[in-house]
Design a protein around this ligand. Structure first.
Ligand code: FAD
Ligand code: NAD
Length: 462
């Protein structure tokens, strides 16, 4: 078997792996990146963030053309769905971005290996594939990501009972789609198919949607989504699902079985660690199947690091990228750090849900005194012009120091607005700092300024 020598070998080319490879090369390391799929970019670019956002955008345009334009005095008739074209557009965006990563590898001199990476020993990795190769390196980063979690009694058939990957490519609009799990994937993809005409029922185990999100915001989001046609059944334990002819029957504890023509299982994700050779280097997993690392992303085995979805922490693309940069910069420069308290979260529904920092519930539980300021988009001029006035901005600031501890937004472009809050919090801003920042008028961002003023009880436009 051919053996090649590198400074850094990265296993997996998702947002964690490809960014680690590029940053390593920028810092002068000789880098190899192993990816088992043909396209680079991982879950995020191939079957995650990017295709889901493409379909969210297209389906929103469709729903708007059908139901939203008349209020603007724009009359359209004969609006029809060309689902193959919608999918083609999505695939083209995915292709451009995954090819873009290949281009970035070339530009930065990262050597790509096609195949499955497997640890043989610390500093030695086998590439199993067409051309089996052995790579040696001082540093190895595991960035193998995650896959969908399974539910006992619910067997995926790759067609009627499937994961987000199938739901990103249904060949036709289901008449009735059952989504198991009212988390991010369930709500985003449930929204897509609901907008395209499906009846969507979301079955959730807990008594609320979007666990981890600020309670008030989650309740308002549920109301807004229900108004759009999503039907929620909370506190439901699904015990099984089976295909029967052209339908799927979903069994629930203590309830009648429900019939649908497709089921999307979206109950969370599980780290990809199988076949990685962790036992060969003596690496053990934590109770949730993740690879434990220290504050510098180093595993219990010196020289072996792990980042992204495969380690504890939020399973988000931007978090994986932050891990990557901090891990590699620390290797080369001695410094590198990610503040997990300031990783923003966005759910791309309509309205969007975005947050950073602590929730009201977490602050109360921790006994941290805080003041709260809210401002509704109903009182924001730009939101009125957009026609999306549902939702609010909520700022939580320390009662004594006024330092911003959490920002929670339900509203139009919340995913973009949260960046200002994240930047402010990164610089340790107080609510007063935000309140005294000049915001252009009319913009949605004025709602942030008003919420900051509201922390001190002095909103100007409410
Ligand atoms: P991944 O992106 O999963 O990449 C891991 C890569 O490693 C894969 O390409 C895999 O093929 C490869 N691999 C695995 N094992 C091996 C091996 N042994 N050898 C070689 N290669 C291997 N996050 C957001 O922040 N925003 C969003 O809007 C968002 N939307 C999402 C929508 C959906 C439908 C899904 C499923 C996820 C979404 N996520 C989103 C989550 C996001 O995709 C992940 O958090 C992110 O991709 C994690 O990056 P990663 O590099 O750790 O892993
Ligand atoms: P999730 O953790 O967001 O939500 C899973 C939901 O399923 C939870 O509400 C949970 O209570 C529920 N659930 C769990 N077991 C259940 C059961 N047996 N029956 C019914 N409900 C059950 O997970 P997800 O939506 O699958 O997303 C996976 C990951 O991908 C998340 O970590 C998320 O961060 C990431 N993601 C992010 C984005 C984004 O940033 N916009 C989009 C999609 C996915």
């Amino acid at each position: 078997m051919d053996t090649r020598e590198f400074d850094l070998v990265v296993i997996g080319a998702g947002p964690g792996g490809y960014i680690a490879a590029i940053r390593g090369a920028q810092l002068g390391l000789k880098v190899a990146c192993i990816e088992k799929e043909t396209a680079l970019g991982g879950t995020c670019l191939r079957v995650g963030c990017i295709p889901s956002k493409a379909l969210l955008e297209s389906s929103e345009r469709f729903a708007d053309a059908k139901h939203g334009l008349a209020a603007h005095g724009v009359l359209v008739s004969g609006v029809a769905l060309d689902l193959p074209q919608m999918m083609k557009r999505k695939e083209s965006i995915v292709r451009q971005l995954t090819n873009g990563v290949a281009g970035l590898f070339k530009k930065n001199g990262v050597t790509r290996f096609s195949g499955t990476g497997r640890l043989l020993a610390p500093g030695r990795v086998a590439v199993d594939g067409h051309e089996p190769t052995e790579l040696t390196a001082r540093h190895v980063i595991i960035a193998t990501g995650s896959r969908v979690a399974t539910l006992p009694g619910v067997a995926f058939d790759g067609d009627r009972i499937g994961t987000s990957t199938e739901a990103l490519a249904y060949p036709s609009v289901p008449e009735h789609l059952i989504v198991i799990g009212a988390g991010v994937i369930g709500l985003e993809l449930g929204s897509v198919w609901s907008r395209l005409g499906a009846r969507v029922t979301v079955l959730e185990y807990l008594d609320r949607i979007l666990p981890g999100t600020d309670d008030e915001i989650a309740r308002l989001a549920q109301k807004a989504l229900a108004k759009q046609g999503l039907s929620f059944q909370l506190g439901v334990r699904v015990t099984g699902a089976r295909v029967e002819g052209e339908s799927v029957i979903v069994e629930r504890e203590g309830g009648e079985p429900v019939r649908a023509d497709r089921v999307l299982v979206a109950i969370g994700r599980t780290p990809n660690v199988e076949g990685l050779g962790l036992e060969a280097v003596g690496l053990e997993l934590d109770g949730r199947g993740r690879i434990p690392v220290d504050a510098h992303f180093e595993t219990a085995v010196p020289g072996v690091f792990a980042i992204g979805d495969v380690i504890p922490g939020p399973m988000l693309a931007h978090k994986a990228e932050e891990d990557a940069v901090a891990c590699v910069e620390r290797l080369v420069t001695g410094y590198g750090h990610v503040d997990y308290d300031l990783v923003p979260n966005v759910v791309y529904t309509l309205p969007e849900v975005a947050s950073v920092g602590q929730t009201e519930e977490a602050l109360t539980r921790a006994g941290i005194p805080f003041r709260k300021g809210s401002f509704p988009f109903m009182a924001n001029g730009r939101a009125k012009a957009f026609g999306v006035t549902n939702g609010l901005v909520k700022i939580l600031a320390h009662a004594e120091t006024d330092r911003i501890l959490g920002v929670h937004i339900l509203g139009p472009w919340a995913g973009e607005l949260i960046a200002e809050a994240t930047a402010a919090m990164t610089f340790g801003a107080t609510a007063e700092d935000l309140a005294r920042t000049c915001h252009a008028h009319p913009t949605l961002s004025e709602a942030l300024k008003e919420a900051a003023l509201a922390v001190d009880g002095r909103t100007l436009n409410l």
